[in-house]
Write a protein that binds this ligand. Structure first.
Ligand SMILES: [Zn+2]
Length: 432
């Protein structure tokens, strides 16, 4: 046998040995769009809307202080898939795909692409046209299944995803499913269907202050929202049960929301209700985030967590090193942590139509114990009630600096949206 052949054998052996660590688990990643943390039983809710999330929490790891990077669907998801803040990946509103200079700069970083190089089969099943590959610009998924209309139910997406999973054999899979059930238009699948075209004023800005003036109107909206949360959780349950039955080895399961929702709390002072994205209040930026399966340390984690940490988490689960994790301050969320740590939150890029003297929110930061909100005029508010201006009213200087750092990263000019995305936004009731 020649040296060349021996070298080839050696190389093959090396490759085989390199792959001899713990086998990479299949990954089921599910985002429950617009589900508020305080509506989840595992976080103290008593309404019983989320039995699937609660069962996952009972066996896995619950992050008590998890936050989105921006309370807007596409920018938040793209933080998950790139590990970057919106000001870094460049998408600061729905409908803008990952910009091509940034997309090429970070081509090797996109999560699904990196998992593919590790032998994963990758598939995405989404429920809103705003999350289609055209709208997000994500290129890493081999299968990218989006609704042909504007929306589909979580149940329909779960069915399609499980049918695909049954046909997949051998390789570990990275299956991402996006569930839009809790998002406006609120309600059951039937109520959602009957809501089109969505009347923008029914959810976002209330100019006359008359709508939702009564307790019963607000109660009806809250009940419709709750029905959507229940549907999303049911689809999650179906996905978890189906994936565990189909896959040979137990998968790593991760369930979270991309942001929360305001439910009339801000109506009186801002004339703003039933939406997310314009402001950085606790109810829109705090997210439920639960992991279970191989490699997960069960229990509760109090340290601050960001949706963008999931990038490092999923790479680690697949046995891929994230060399930028430390410099980018991302951590593996499969482990519990009580270490004090700061996470930032950014606002989206388009203008606010706000009542005077309401202050626009520029950025926010959390250390895991409180949320500090920085307004454009420099005033600060804390989610625990303290507020002040200038010197932050006693807030820790590093918390203020983190919020200021996020604020200074904003300001990228926005190109016009493509016509199809603009149409989808209008059908969904976005008033932009
Ligand atoms: Zn969303």
């Amino acid at each position: 046998m020649s040296w060349v052949t021996w070298n080839s054998v050696g190389a093959l052996l090396g490759l085989a040995l390199a792959g001899c660590g713990a086998p990479s688990p299949s990954i089921l990643l599910v985002t429950l769009d617009t589900v508020r943390r305080d509506h989840v039983g595992a976080y103290g809710a008593e309404s019983g809307l989320t039995p699937s999330l609660d069962a996952l929490a009972a066996e896995g790891l619950v992050h008590d202080a998890a936050y989105t990077t921006m309370p807007t669907t596409a920018p938040a998801h793209l933080s998950l898939f790139t590990g970057l803040y919106p000001s870094e990946h460049g998408v600061r509103r729905n409908g803008d795909p990952l910009p091509s200079p940034v997309a090429s700069r970070f081509a090797s970083q996109e999560l699904a692409l990196r998992l593919r190089t590790r032998g994963y089969t990758t598939a995405a099943f989404v429920t809103s046209r705003l999350m289609s590959s055209r709208a997000t610009g994500l290129r890493g998924f081999e299968i990218y299944d989006a609704p042909t209309g504007v929306l589909r139910t979580g149940e329909a997406a779960a069915r399609a995803a499980l049918a695909w999973l049954r046909s997949e054999r051998g390789r570990p899979v990275f299956l991402f499913v996006h569930l839009y059930d809790a998002h406006a238009p609120y309600g059951s699948a039937d109520e959602k269907r009957r809501s089109f075209p969505v009347e923008a004023s029914a959810y976002g800005w209330i100019d006359d202050g008359v709508r939702y003036a009564t307790e019963s109107e607000r109660g009806a909206m809250a009940a419709r929202y709750a029905r959507g949360v229940r549907s999303a959780d049911a689809a999650l349950g179906r996905l978890i049960a189906g994936a565990r039955e189909i896959l040979k080895a137990p998968p790593l399961v991760i369930a979270l929301s991309d942001h929360g929702e305001t439910l009339a709390e801000r109506l009186a002072d801002r004339g703003y209700a039933y939406d997310h994205g314009e402001f950085l209040d606790l109810e829109t930026v705090a997210i439920p985030l639960i992991l279970a399966g191989p490699g997960v340390e069960a229990g509760r984690s109090r340290g601050a967590a960001s949706i963008r940490d999931l990038y490092t988490t999923l790479l680690a689960a697949a046995g891929i090193e994230d060399p930028e994790a430390q410099a980018s301050d991302r951590r593996d969320l499969r482990r519990r942590s009580a270490v004090r740590r700061l996470v930032g939150i950014e606002r989206r890029s388009f203008g606010l139509r706000i009542r005077e003297p309401v202050r626009a929110h520029g950025a926010a930061a959390s250390d895991g114990t409180r949320l500090l909100i920085l307004a454009d005029d420099g005033s600060l508010t804390s989610s625990t009630g303290e507020s002040g201006s200038g010197n932050a009213g006693g807030a820790a200087a590093d918390l203020v600096a983190t919020a200021q750092g996020r604020l200074h990263r904003t300001g990228r000019a926005s190109a016009p949206l493509d016509p199809e995305t603009r149409e989808a936004l209008h059908e969904l009731g976005y008033a932009e």
